[in-house]
Design a binder for this molecule. Structure first.
Ligand SMILES: [Zn+2]
Ligand SMILES: [Zn+2]
Length: 48
C-alpha cells in the first residue's frame, strides 16, 4: 500500500505504511509488522 505524508505518531518521519486497525499513516519505526498495527494500536492491543 502506498501512503504519503508524515507519520501520525511522531509527525517527523515520512509515513510508509498504514495501520490495519485505525488506518493511520505511520513510519516504519511506529509500525508493528507482526500485527500490522501502528504503535498506538499495538500498545492498546497488548493491554486488552
Ligand atoms: Zn513515526
Ligand atoms: Zn492504529
Amino acid at each position: 500500500m502506498s501512503v504519503t505524508g508524515l507519520c501520525q505518531v511522531c509527525e517527523s518521519a515520512a509515513a510508509n505504511v498504514s495501520c490495519d486497525r485505525c488506518g493511520a499513516a505511520v513510519c516504519r519505526d511506529h509500525y508493528d509488522a507482526d500485527t500490522g498495527f501502528c504503535a498506538d494500536c499495538a500498545a492498546n492491543a497488548e493491554m486488552s
